[in-house]
Design a binder for this molecule. Structure first.
Ligand SMILES: [Zn+2]
Length: 426
């Protein structure tokens, strides 16, 4: 059977850890582990933004728990949220990402800030050293996505990042200029309307956009190039501390959105052993909503038009008919979207990384804090739907399967999915 992993909290790991493998078939527990700088002082020398300390006693308990679980065959992957770091961003504007308009991001650390990078390297080393984990999964190893809204999406333009762009041959001034011009262009509505009418974003349209707004394309290229360079550094860091056998993987946005945030499947596949694309049937279609809402608010252009536009522009329209704004936030893609995502990733996987899609097995119904509106998958998220999702991952030839997440899922459904995967994955 191809392996199953799951994201699971430490609390649930304590409660279910000894049953995960036998009862649910889950071999790879992905969990957030706290770092203890006082246990690994030498790794943190020179780091200015040190982590907060946890109680020493809980460290001992945690280490014992992980050792116990390992003895019964469970493998532990430390999930590490690289640049999504509210606790670092809060320490001051010099540590946080800045938007194109100069606003500090409340939750994103600046990806080029040397202190932030030193801290990340120290954390990665310390996770491997303290816990001897089987692997590290780099999460949020990317720039911001459109779901954070236009302003936050257009990060980081802090002095350190602008300097970094220049050093790699990019011009932050023309990038900013072209982005602001392209927002005006999109805001007029004529272009989105034409693309929705055509039903495709064709080569002539793309070349025309490139001629008009080359800085926008340069910016996407810069994002991918920079992220690739840090993936290399962080992967080497983990290997150096843990040895060649320590696995390094990453969670990537779905292939419809990944390049917008600087994640190139091609590049990641050459560096990492495991790629875990987040093929969440709902988030794959929700990802553009906040940017749509903000653009509509700023320019008065119809948000249903902009919503349909992104289905066409990203290629989601090859899976479903382009949807209105409200329909988008209150539904998700069909299970076959997982297979479609895997097919796209497969031709980008030039490095031969193992692809373990993360599939969603939760009902979600929340008010999103940036969209400031309800998003919900409950119209679709049934037991049958999750079964079909797992079958779709198997049909797409996934090398493994990961659940998001164990804590929130109904446990008898997780048991059933184990049987489905066992029967379907070969
Ligand atoms: Zn920056």
């Amino acid at each position: 059977m191809k392996p199953i992993g799951a994201f699971i909290s430490l609390k649930a790991l304590k409660e279910y850890g000894n049953r995960l493998l036998e009862e649910y078939g889950i071999e790879y527990a992905h969990t957030h582990l706290p770092v203890f700088p006082e246990e690994a002082r030498e790794l943190y020398s020179g780091v200015k933004c040190l982590p907060e300390n946890f109680e020493k006693e809980s460290y001992g308990d945690l280490k014992r728990l992980l050792e116990e679980l390992r003895r019964i065959g469970l493998k532990i992957f430390a999930s590490y949220p690289v640049f999504s770091r509210p606790e670092i961003a809060r320490r001051g504007a010099e540590y946080s990402a800045w938007t194109i308009l100069g606003k500090p991001h409340y939750a994103r650390a600046c990806p080029t800030n040397p202190d932030v990078l030193r801290r990340i390297v120290a954390d990665l080393r310390s996770l491997v050293k303290l816990y001897g984990v089987e692997g590290v999964i780099l999460d949020f190893i990317r720039f911001e996505s459109p779901m954070a809204g236009l302003d936050y999406f257009l990060t980081c333009f802090c002095p350190s990042c602008c300097e970094n762009m220049r050093s790699l041959g990019y011009n932050p001034v023309s990038i900013k200029r072209d982005w602001l011009r392209m927002l005006d262009f999109l805001g007029k509505g004529g272009f989105p309307k034409e693309i929705v009418k055509q039903g495709t974003l064709s080569t002539p349209d793309v070349l025309d956009l490139y001629n008009e707004f080359p800085g926008v394309f340069e910016w996407f290229k810069y994002r991918s190039e920079y992220i690739e360079s840090v993936v290399k550094i962080f992967a080497s860091t983990v290997k150096e501390e843990g040895g060649r056998g320590t696995v390094v993987g990453a969670n990537l946005l779905s292939p419809w959105w990944s390049l917008l945030a600087g994640q190139s499947y091609r590049a990641f596949s050459r560096i990492l052993e495991i790629i875990e694309p987040m093929l969440y049937f709902d988030w794959m279609q929700w990802e553009g909503l906040t940017a749509v809402k903000e653009l509509s608010h700023a320019y008065g252009v119809d948000k249903n038009l902009l919503s349909k536009f992104y289905y066409v522009a990203t290629g989601l329209s090859t899976i479903v008919e382009p949807r209105n704004y409200d329909e988008s936030r209150l539904s998700g893609l069909p299970p076959a979207s997982i297979e479609a995502g895997l097919a796209k990733i497969s031709y980008w996987n030039i490095g031969g990384a193992r692809i373990w899609p993360v599939v969603l097995i939760l009902r979600t119904d929340i008010v999103h804090h940036l969209l400031n509106e309800r998003i919900s998958n409950i119209s679709m998220a049934t037991r049958e739907f999750f079964v079909e999702s797992v079958k779709s991952a198997a049909r797409g030839n996934a090398d493994g399967l990961v659940y998001w997440n164990f804590d929130g899922a109904e446990k008898d459904v997780v048991r059933e999915l184990y049987n489905v995967w066992r029967a379907e994955s070969g």
